[in-house]
Write a protein of this length. Structure first.
Length: 228
């Protein structure tokens, strides 16, 4: 067994390594291992890595001085493992997206036979939302008028030098809250319409791409009548 040398200078270290390799019988595939400190500097060579350096990078050389194996440090191994896990997660997510896109494409092709059918389904969904919007907008108009009337009554009281009664203050707050509540509902429905338009526009664009067709050109607006 080769005795483990103490930490030497670079010149002394490699001179000792050369001697170890020279003494190794050519017929015997004796191996020498060299280890590094935390900074990556080779600090020793021998037949085994000392316990205090086993978490660091090391290299195993054969009797001709050729590196046969490199062991990375525990810190580097942990970094490489984390990097590999991250790549695997990204690959899995990419595969999931590809599979989902294929599923959606298949459903799209099997659901519609033409671009016109996509437009028709979009219009039906928009019509449902419009039917919900009509009474909401009427309610909003009523609520806004009620709030304006309450504000007017309060302004007249203040102008006369009187103090608004608690019931008047409550009425002001109630009518304002009601108007805001209905406005929020109207905004939700308008957002629903925008989402429907976008969803079907995306579907139609993808359908055209999958079918390899082109969208029908928009009908030209009629020319204005000639003035007499």
């Amino acid at each position: 067994m080769v005795e483990r040398p103490r930490i030497l200078s670079a010149a002394g270290l490699f001179a000792g390594l050369a001697l170890l390799l020279a003494l190794a019988p050519a017929a015997q595939a004796q191996k020498i291992v060299c280890w590094k400190d935390k900074s990556g500097k080779v600090v020793g060579c021998g037949d085994r890595v000392p316990p205090e350096f086993q978490q660091n990078e090391s290299k195993t050389l054969d009797n001709r001085g050729i590196t046969r194996q490199t062991n990375v440090s525990a810190e580097e191994a942990a970094r490489l493992k984390q990097e590999a896990e991250k790549k695997a997660a990204l690959k899995a997510e990419e595969d999931r997206k590809i599979a989902e896109q294929r599923r959606q494409d298949s459903a799209l092709i099997n659901t519609y036979t033409s671009e016109k059918e996509i437009d028709q389904r979009r219009d039906r969904e928009l019509q449902v939302v419009d039917l919900q919007l009509t009474p909401l907008k009427a309610s909003l108009k009523t609520a806004a008028e009620a709030e304006a009337a309450s504000q007017k009554r309060n302004a007249e009281i203040v102008k006369s030098g009187k103090t608004a009664s608690p019931s008047m203050v409550d009425d002001l707050a109630r009518t304002a809250d009601e108007r805001k509540r209905i406005e929020a509902r109207v905004a939700e429905k308008e957002a629903d319409k925008a989402a429907i338009n976008k969803r079907y526009a995306d579907q139609k664009a993808r359908y055209i791409e999958l079918r390899g067709s082109t969208a029908a050109p928009a009908a030209a607006a009629p020319a204005p009548a000639a003035k007499k």
